[in-house]
Design a protein around this ligand. Structure first.
Ligand code: SAM
Ligand code: SF4
Length: 331
């Protein structure tokens, strides 16, 4: 017997009129890649606590779902490194209220995994590919796996999974656009250029490599791409389409005005901390509440903490918060 009493269905909201229906759940901070902008020296074993167990993940997702979360993204580190990933996907899929289950992965061994992920309930795949040139891809990530990742994407499309590809926009890689466009002409994926964001571990890298997504936007508009209308609960990406292309392009520009006004997401770190913002000063530890007997308390705590959410980040002041790199929390 537990003391848990279901509470009425409602949606997490903050003091700035935003509703939060999307949870980004990190299940590990470990990664096997060495992306220049994230973990240039590889995963160093930062002394982080054990990642959340399957049961703790179940409690987390149950609480968020009861408070209106409809979409969960599994992220990391590299989530495919967790041996119990299939069970995690199944648990999230089985949670009442969850309608969409996505994963963000570097695509490691994707062809071997994708069928079982789809069978476990995955409804959207995001893969990070910063270049379609195998040599550049290897130089950025430390892994010569581009071909394998692309074949995993083909398989996902055969399985009719919507696929988004994340590419971090780097100043010295702007010449990659034509190659990406040629691919998108016949490949029905959404390619999202993400502006490089400053993190605590690499302020100098940011200064050298950051460039505004406006550069891409101007090129797209000149080539006849058209901005798609944004839905009322759309995330931060502005998407573009072109009738001659099977794929779409999205731009994620956190340094642009009003970026935070469309925020609809909350983050849980692999160690069970709630992060109200990717660039917040702290995470709020929930781990002691991730047990069935504390479910009601967990939901109350989440509602209280939401009242602390700031209206926007301080990136323009050079304040990137407590995150040393995105592998800590999943981007
Ligand atoms: N390992 C998985 C992957 O790479 O897709 C999931 C975790 S990774 C931290 C999530 C996303 O964050 C990736 O698309 C990655 O390119 C992006 N990312 C990492 N560091 C970033 C930074 N400093 N600025 C912008 N995006 C970043
Ligand atoms: Fe690993 Fe993803 Fe970070 Fe690359 S971006 S080092 S794949 S966590």
């Amino acid at each position: 017997m537990t003391s848990y009493q279901p509470i009425p269905l409602q949606t997490l909201h903050d003091n700035h009129g935003r509703r939060f229906t999307y949870l980004r759940l990190s299940i590990t901070d470990v990664c096997n890649f060495r992306c220049h902008y994230c973990l240039p020296n590889g995963y160093q074993g930062d002394g982080e606590p054990e990642p959340l167990s399957l049961e703790e993940i179940q409690q987390t997702v149950t609480a968020f779902a009861a408070l209106g979360t409809r979409k969960v993204r599994i992220t990391g580190g590299e989530p495919s490194l967790r041996r119990d990933l299939i069970e995690i996907l199944q648990v999230v899929t089985a949670t009442a209220g969850i309608e969409q289950l996505a994963i963000t992965t570097n695509g490691y061994k994707l062809p071997q995994h994708i069928d079982s992920w789809a069978a476990a309930g995955l409804s959207q795949l995001n893969v990070s590919i910063d270049s379609l040139d195998a040599r550049v891809f290897k130089a950025i990530t430390g892994h010569d796996r581009l071909r394998e990742i692309l074949s995993g994407i083909e398989r996902a499309l055969e399985l009719e999974l919507p696929v988004k590809v994340n590419a971090v926009l780097l100043r010295d890689q702007l010449d990659q656009l034509p190659q990406f466009l040629a691919w998108l002409r016949h490949t029905p994926v959404t390619l999202r250029f993400i502006e490089l964001m400053q993190t605590g571990s690499q302020p100098d890298y940011f200064k050298r490599h950051h460039i505004s997504g406006d550069v891409i936007r101007q090129q797209l508009l000149q080539q006849g791409w058209q901005a798609l209308p944004r839905g009322p609960h759309a995330g931060p990406a502005q998407e573009y389409q072109h009738q001659e292309y099977a794929g779409r392009i999205g731009l994620i520009m956190p340094y642009s005005p009003n970026f935070c006004s469309s925020c609809n997401r909350l983050r849980i770190s692999a160690a069970g901390k709630l992060h109200l913002c990717l660039f917040g000063e702290q995470g709020y530890d929930l781990r002691h509440l991730l047990h069935p007997q504390h479910q009601a308390e967990l939901q109350q705590r989440l509602q209280q903490l939401l009242q602390l959410k700031a209206s926007g980040h301080d990136l323009h002041q050079g304040n990137s918060g407590a995150i040393r790199h995105f592998a800590m929390i999943g981007g």
